[in-house]
Design a binder for this molecule. Structure first.
Ligand SMILES: NC(=O)C1=CN([C@@H]2O[C@H](COP(=O)(O)OP(=O)(O)OC[C@H]3O[C@@H](n4cnc5c(N)ncnc54)[C@H](OP(=O)(O)O)[C@@H]3O)[C@@H](O)[C@H]2O)C=CC1
Ligand SMILES: O=C(O)[C@@H]1CCC=N1
Length: 271
């Protein structure tokens, strides 16, 4: 079978996306070639039925992939991208999921012909519940745009932006966001334990509450603020807790600072 997609880097995020694509049936495993220096991670990709190698030089010489997906750390992105220059004649579209790194950096390495898509995914992509935000350079043809969007939709919700400078804010909200929510679960678990619950019970309650509340917010026609008010009885328990979280806009200020720290770091990573 022809190789349609080369995945460079099969770590946390690369593997999460690859799993989603194959699970959805939008790509056959034999149409994917994975380049990953880590032997354990390579085996994981091979177990899914994909071809794999430690180095880009092992990509079959007749391969003319539709897509090369770059899923390595921003710190090595230039060196890694240079390994794929042979596909930069305009027929292959490059998709980068790296934080910070602008399309211009790829164009510098790949030349003026390469269609480039910048995508910011998040790890819930592994179970088809990711948030993927996409920015494309003008060289990406409409049918390729549709193909990329359809492929990414196997991993969750896809939306596009036309202003690339917003990608740093996107990264700070949805790219890094799952970690904030995981930490929220950890913190609510600790708080539950301090309130006297057994550790396992506290964790179950914290996790199911986040899952249930996020699902309700996603499925309901009501705004999150309305759903919050539906929980909050006048002068009840929730009001007592929200006075702590919302007093002086405490949680909003904390999250604003956290998102700004991530956004600034994304800008730094792109330099
Ligand atoms: N993790 C996340 O939630 C998200 C990550 N991203 C972005 O995704 C990218 C990858 O992040 P993440 O998956 O977390 O990182 P990982 O370190 O888990 O994965 C990157 C993988 O690339 C491998 N690698 C290194 N050099 C090469 C090479 N020359 N060719 C192919 N593969 C190589 C690394 O191997 P080794 O470790 O041996 O060097 C590693 O296994 C980053 O740019 C990040 O900004 C975007 C959104 C969310
Ligand atoms: O922490 C990071 O830099 C990457 C980008 C978004 C999520 N993880």
């Amino acid at each position: 079978m022809t190789i349609r997609l080369v995945l460079a880097g099969c770590g946390n995020m690369g593997y999460a996306m690859l799993s989603g694509w194959l699970k959805s049936g939008k790509l056959e495993p034999s149409a994917v070639f994975v380049v990953e220096p880590n032997a354990e991670l390579r085996k994981r990709a091979e177990a899914l039925g994909c071809g794999a190698a430690a180095d880009a030089s092992a990509i079959p010489p007749d391969a003319a992939p539709d897509l090369v997906v770059i899923a390595v750390k921003p710190q090595v992105i230039r060196d890694v991208t240079a390994n794929y220059k042979r596909f930069s004649d305009g027929r292959t579209t490059f998709v980068s999921i790296a934080a910070g790194t602008p399309v211009a950096t790829f164009a510098e390495i790949l030349g003026d012909l390469a269609p480039i898509v910048r995508c910011m995914p998040n790890t819930p992509a592994a179970i088809g519940k990711g948030m993927m935000v996409v920015f494309s350079n003008p060289l990406v043809l409409d049918d390729v745009r549709r193909f990329v969007s359809e492929l990414l939709s196997a991993s969750g919700v896809v939306t596009t932006i036309d202003d690339e400078s917003l990608m740093d804010a996107v990264t700070a909200v949805s790219g890094s966001g799952p970690a904030y929510i995981f930490h929220f679960i950890e913190a609510l678990t600790v708080a539950g334990e301090k309130a006297g619950l057994p550790a396992e019970t506290a964790k179950l309650l914290a996790m199911q509450t986040v899952y249930g509340a996020a699902s309700l917010a996603a499925e309901s026609d009501e705004e999150p603020g309305v759903l919050r008010r539906q929980v909050t009885s006048p002068n009840g328990t929730t009001a007592a807790a929200l006075a702590v979280l919302m007093g002086e806009d405490r949680l909003t200020k904390l999250l604003t600072d956290a998102v700004e720290a991530a956004r600034l770091r994304s800008i730094e990573l792109g330099k």
